[in-house]
Ligand binder design. Structure first.
Ligand code: HEC
Length: 194
């Protein structure tokens, strides 16, 4: 009887453990893919606004366009109905509205350390489930590298008219002095999961 019971329990464990692991993995994978897609979507919309602004009137026109449109584009990229938010953040901010919270600061600091250790930023990610039952969130960050086209507005040698305009709009700005290959910031996704 006892042996039978043990066998039954073992069989049940053998069946159920892989199933629960599998569903946990699928769940994590779905959240990851959704976060990646939202980050990519926001990136291409912001890039489009930037490129259009540059074409229309160079960096000063692009700054004017970006400073007015970036936050609205960011809000629209989120999906309130699904309880999922996407934004950008950085340890060296231009717009205070993008300030990181404690979890994001930890992620950004980890990214800095990984970049310093030579890791490529191409697929650099950081994610975890935070909070307790009833208030759990899946949180995700993707590194944003500084590249050559960003230097007109974020580089070491920003022209005086660009700098003046940026400082007029963002008096506390700290987002110049970057070199291509530096970590500029991150996309950050938060999803309510229960
Ligand atoms: C024409 C000027 C201009 C160029 C070029 C530019 N940016 Fe920005 N960037 C801005 C302005 C203005 C803001 C603040 C408005 C906002 O996005 O909320 C900003 C904000 C950001 C932020 C949000 C964090 C923060 O500091 O507020 C990130 C991340 C960022 N830029 C990355 C980049 C990257 C990466 C590139 C190159 C692919 C780039 N930028 C090119 C003007 C520019």
């Amino acid at each position: 009887m006892c042996v039978k019971k043990t066998i039954l329990i073992l069989t049940a464990l053998l069946i159920f453990i892989p199933i629960t692991n599998l569903s946990a993995n699928t769940f994590a994978q779905e959240n990851l893919e959704e976060s990646r897609a939202l980050s990519k979507g926001l990136f291409s919309k912001l890039k489009h606004a930037l490129v259009t602004g540059m074409k229309e009137g160079g960096p000063t026109a692009a700054i004017a366009a970006c400073s007015q449109k970036a936050q609205a584009i960011t809000d629209r990229a989120s999906n309130a109905r699904k309880g999922i938010k996407v934004r950008r953040t950085s340890l060296r901010l231009r717009n205070q509205k993008n300030a990181p919270d404690a979890w994001e600061i930890k992620g950004l600091e980890q990214f800095e350390a990984r970049v310093a250790a030579g890791e490529s930023m191409k697929d650099m990610e950081y994610f975890s489930v935070v909070g307790s039952n009833g208030n759990k969130q899946f949180r995700y960050m993707k590194a944003i590298p500084a590249s050559k086209p960003c230097m007109v507005c974020h580089g070491e040698l920003v022209s005086l008219d660009v700098l003046k305009l940026i400082r007029a709009i963002y008096p506390l700005e700290q987002a110049t002095g970057f070199k291509p290959g530096d970590l500029r910031g991150a996309f950050s996704v938060t999803k309510n999961i229960d």
